[in-house]
Write a protein that binds this ligand. Sequence first.
Ligand code: ADP
Ligand code: MG
Length: 235
Amino acid sequence: MVEAHLVDKKATFASFSHILDARILRALADAGFARPTLVQVKAIPLGLEGRDILARARTGSGKTAAYCIPVVQKILSSKSTLAAEDENRQVTRALILVPTRELSEQVSTYLKGLLTYCEKDVTITNVASGTTSHLQRTLLSDKPDIVIATPSRALNMLQSKVLTLSFLETLVIDEADLILSYGHDEDVREIFNGGHLPKVHQSFLMSATMTEDVELLKGLTLRNPAILKLEEGED
Ligand code: ADP
Ligand code: MG
């Protein structure tokens, strides 16, 4: 559970019912999330307005849900406009880049909980763990809505053309302050500069600290971002 002083005491998740699907709200209630944290209360509405976001908030402040909720909501909204048999329905719409396999598993677990009531509508694949050949088959056959990956795995899948991001709507870099130092520097640059991403997409950069690496990623990925800086004791 999150520390009390990081929670917004005025807001509730129910007060987001005009922007969030009932299936998301139900899953949040099941998880015991009643009030959003300070970073969530800002990132969720701004994210759903389509803004690029740079969020700096300390470890334990709820950054995972701050990006997972808008990512899932955007996918539900996009798909609700398409007929069930529409061939453009099943494409990868979100890529979540994380520095380590361990974090990819935490994010997958969180997302699976969030998707409890819409698991048929929003599919996820974690390509950070598992054998390459199995993942290649999964990506080709399922075209999951959300792909979670380390940069090296993402690039490997892009270069072998089993992962296509032509329809990408949202890109997230979690632990942006750490991702380059985990040996992913070249891979991250190649993902951005290798022509793999569509020109128009929304990006979230999530970080516990502002570092030179985060500034570099900001320049590489964000356009006119909303900058959310949440200090302890702020607000
Ligand atoms: P961060 O990525 O900022 O370090 P996490 O997303 O890992 O933080 O969240 C830290 C913990 O707080 C997790 O156990 C998560 O389930 C919990 N948590 C996040 N948001 C809420 C919320 N709104 N209400 C209750 N618990 C929450
Ligand atoms: Mg985190």
